[in-house]
Design a protein around this ligand. Structure first.
Ligand code: FES
Length: 134
């Protein structure tokens, strides 16, 4: 068994959906944005940090990326959330909650649900900052 197959099996056994595993392994939307319209780094109670970068033009989120020091759950959630908000207004994006992220992913371990909240919280803070500086 190669290394990736081993990781996939472990994640599957822990309760990650195929989509969550793919997002995590393919690092969807992981990275930064040059001169973003807003960026915010937030550290959750677990001690992990996520930073979200937004490019907003004409009040539409054109691009969204993130970096994280967290677990597979945080990476899957960051990927899901940054995918979900593209094409939305900041007001629409800040209404997305933890349940929406979990539904989009289709399954992550119960113990990792707070990691989805880390992504939501970071996004809301980034949007708050965008609105302050508008
Ligand atoms: Fe800290 Fe998942 S983000 S445990």
């Amino acid at each position: 068994m190669d290394e990736i197959t081993g990781i996939k099996n472990l994640l599957e056994k822990s309760g990650y959906s195929q989509k969550a595993i793919d997002y995590y392994l393919h690092r969807i939307n992981v990275g930064g944005i040059d001169e973003p319209s807003a960026r915010f780094a937030y550290t959750g109670p677990c001690g992990d940090t996520m930073e979200i970068f937004l490019r907003i033009e004409s009040d539409i989120i054109k691009n969204a990326k993130f970096q994280a020091t967290g677990c597979a759950g945080s990476f899957a959630s960051g990927s899901a959330l940054t995918k979900m908000i593209k094409g939305k207004t900041p007001e629409e994006a800040e209404k997305i909650d933890r349940e929406d992220v979990l539904n989009h992913l289709g399954g992550i371990p119960k113990a990792k649900i707070h990691c989805a909240y880390l992504a939501v919280r970071t996004l809301r803070k980034a949007i708050e900052k965008y609105k302050e500086n508008k």
